[in-house]
Ligand binder design. Sequence first.
Ligand code: PGA
Length: 253
Amino acid sequence: MGKRKRLSVTSGLRIVKDYDRLSHLTANLVAAIIRDTPTAVVGLPTGRTPLGFYKRLGALRRRGLDTSRLTAVCLDEYLGVSPDDPISLFGWLRRVALEPLGIPAARTLRLPSDAADPQAACGRFNRLLDRHGGFDLVVLGLGWNGHVAFNEPGSPRSASTRIVALQPGTMERNLAYWRGRRSLPGYGMTVGLRSILRARRILLLVSGARKAQILAATMCGPITSAIPASQLRLGRLTVIADQAAAKLLARNS
Ligand code: PGA
C-alpha cells in the first residue's frame, strides 16, 4: 500500500470541510438525539477535539435546547485524582461542558478513581451504568494511538470499567493540556469498550492531518484490540471527520 493511497471505507462516515463544520454537525446531531430523548445517558469526551462541539451545543441551549434532564458520564479520569484536583478530567468536563450546559451535578456519573479501593469501585460503577440502562449516546475523540477514552492499545471489546496503565506517548501529549505540570499519574480509570459498544449511538470526532493515519487504520484496517477505536466499527458508529483528518480515506458508499 503506497503511503498516499486513499483507503476505502463504507461504514457511517461524515466528512466535513473543517473543524468548525465538524463542531456544528456534531452539535446538531447531538441536539436531535436530546430532543428525541431528553433523559438520554450521554458519555462525553475530554481532549481538544470536542471543545468546538461543546461551545456550539451551549449556543443551542441558549436558544432553547433543554439539556437539564440528561445524565452525563465523564469517560476517563486519572487514578487517585479527586474532582477538585487541578488535573481532574471530571473537573475539566464540569467547567467546559457540564456547567455551561446546565447539567446538574446530581445527573452526572463520575468515575470513582479516588476511591479507597478503586478496583471494587470500578465494579460498582459498571453496575451503576447498567442500572441507568447504558448509554444512549457516546461521543468520543480519537487518540494518537487509536485509544478511545483511556482504552489504550490492547483493550479488548469485552473490557468494562477498569484501571489502565497509560502509554508514555499518551502521558506526554496529555501533559501539554496542563500548563506548569511536570508529570501526570501513570494510570487512569476508564469506561470500557463493552459499555461503549452497547450505546445506541456512537459519534467519533476526528480533526486535523495529524489524525489521518490513525483514522485510516481505525476505519480500514483489521478490527483489533491493537487499535481500540477500530472495534467501534462493531457498534452503531458514525465518524465525523474533517477533510484534513480524512485525507487518506475514500468513501465508496
Ligand atoms: P484530542 O485527544 O482531542 O486532544 O486530540 C483525543 C484523545 O486523546 O482521546
